[in-house]
Write a protein of this length. Structure first.
Length: 207
């Protein structure tokens, strides 16, 4: 943070912050606007592969939709409510989120998967409308956006107790997603590893 305190007054007096924040926001808007076309016109028609996942075979699918979204949006509210007052932390989160989103766009094309057998579709009216053009989409698999988002929120959270709580919620979320067969085990494990690598890379360069 170049010696500046983590306040909006300091941030807005830092030209580098203002430039980076502006570029990130504009780029995020462009990428998110591009997603409905990408999912429906590129990933949807593209043949994918099925994975024989022995972990999923151990459990009977159960619909945990409401529990999953309760966990996700609770964590989102808790972290953003605190981070909105800390602009440099918010910038770090946005940088990581943009990088992860772009990596997901690439990885879904490179590793295109068909939905797991027995999947119970996870319907989110908010995300479905923004990213998928209003209809549920089931091939956004490698890697899990839900797990990566919640884990990222834990990584940028500065309060130790809250951070540990979010990591515990991330583990619970991953289990619920697997039981509902929203993702393969590979998607969840990759989300954890990639999110951590992105955070360490970006946070290391920011120091």
């Amino acid at each position: 943070m170049s010696g500046l305190t983590n306040t909006w007054k300091s941030a807005l007096s830092d030209k580098k912050f203002v430039l980076q924040f502006s570029v990130i926001i504009v780029t995020l808007v462009i990428v998110i606007s591009f997603l409905p076309w990408y999912f429906q016109s590129v990933i949807g028609p593209k043949p994918g592969i099925y994975i024989n996942d022995p972990i999923l075979a151990l459990v009977t699918p159960i619909d945990f939709t409401w529990a999953i979204f309760l966990l996700i949006y609770s964590v989102l509210f808790i972290v953003l409510f605190n981070s909105i007052k800390q602009p440099f932390t918010l910038l770090l989160a946005l940088k990581c989120y943009l990088s992860i989103t772009i990596l997901r766009v690439i990885s879904m094309y490179v590793v295109t998967l068909e939905p797991p057998s027995g999947m119970i579709v996870l319907i989110d009216p908010f995300i479905d409308k923004i990213a998928y053009g209003g209809a549920p989409f089931t091939k956004d698999l490698f890697f899990s956006g839900h797990v990566s988002t919640v884990m990222l929120l834990g990584l940028v959270e500065q309060r130790s107790v809250v951070r540990k709580l979010i990591f515990s919620i991330t583990a619970i979320l991953a289990i619920l997603i697997l039981i509902q067969r929203v993702h393969y085990t590979l998607d969840v494990v990759a989300a954890v590893l990639i999110t951590y690598a992105v955070f360490r890379g970006i946070n290391g360069r920011a120091k």
